[in-house]
Write a protein that binds this ligand. Structure first.
Ligand code: PAF
Length: 280
């Protein structure tokens, strides 16, 4: 497994590999890898000849300095894990390599996809994500980029910028990896105790309840019912939304849309958890 820290060296290597007819698969991460990331790498390996994983804790997507400082970092462990799954290249740039001029987001039109849900609670978060993903795509020139659907809004935004800015890669969304009880895997889960992981299951249970019962309730009544359940829990709910998975417009009547997706975000202590799934 090759490790690159410098943009110029990685670019040279990739352009040489492309000339040899190799396809490039890319998995963007902020490190603290878990089996969700490993699964993305495995699926990328099935389709592409060379898989590049980036590890970069992107400062412009954090709106709370505290969250950036506390974000789990363990590059040595991450590199071992990636080596075990036959990752070909790891890119670990410094902040200066990724932001040579100023550490700030570019002004990229996200056409409102960033306005609700995560966008409401994490101001400018998606400007930072779009900026860094655009730069990573420009450096790595992947044929395909693999993103987990746990961050569905992020996946949609990345797909959007990749199309509109003609960045090149096909953006592929892969199903959410869960632990044996259903909790969506996340780097932040590392900060939950075993009993907190049990409490956090209310998110997954709510999603499953919605999938089974949505036909008997209006979208708003469904949301209200689930909110009452959260009030009885130790989780501090940020939002439950039911949206069209293409525009992310909130759904008021089931009949208006062909597809619907439920999204939940909640805090357990200082750990923020998100999850989502398709209702139909
Ligand atoms: O999902 C993440 O880990 C980050 O938002 C990403 C896509 C690596 C950009 O920093």
């Amino acid at each position: 497994m090759l490790i690159f820290e410098k943009v110029s060296l990685l670019k040279n290597h990739i352009s040489y590999s492309k000339k040899q007819g190799k396809s490039i698969g890319f998995v963007a991460t902020m490190g603290a890898l878990h089996s969700g990331h490993v699964s993305l790498v495995r699926q990328a390996k099935q389709r592409d000849s060379i898989v590049v994983v980036s590890i970069f804790v992107n400062p412009t997507q954090f709106n709370k300095q505290d969250d950036l400082v506390k974000y789990p970092r363990n590059n040595e462990r991450d590199k071992r894990l990636l080596d075990e799954v036959d990752c070909d290249i790891v890119f670990i740039p410094s902040v200066e390599e990724m932001y040579p001029n100023k550490v700030e987001s570019e002004d990229i039109n996200l056409e409102g996809l960033d306005k609700n849900m995560e966008g409401t609670y994490r101001t400018n978060h998606f400007d930072g994500v779009a900026t860094v993903v655009k730069r990573l795509f420009e450096i790595i020139s992947p044929d395909r980029a693999y993103f987990g659907l746990k961050d569905f809004q992020q996946y949609l935004i990345v797909k959007h910028i990749s199309n509109v800015l003609k960045l090149g890669p096909e953006v592929i969304g892969l199903e959410i990896e869960r632990n044996e009880k259903g909790l969506a895997l996340s780097s932040r889960n590392e900060r939950l105790s075993e009993s907190e992981k049990e409490e956090a299951l209310i998110i997954y249970q709510s999603i499953n309840w919605a999938k089974k019962n949505y036909q008997n309730l209006s979208p708003q009544n469904l949301i209200n019912k689930l909110k009452l359940d959260f009030e009885k829990s130790n989780l501090d709910l940020e939002y439950i939304e039911i949206c069209d998975p293409l525009s992310l417009n909130p759904i008021k009547h089931w009949s208006e849309y062909k597809e619907a997706r439920i999204f939940i975000a909640a805090n357990l202590g200082k750990v923020r958890l998100i999850d989502n799934d398709s209702l139909f």
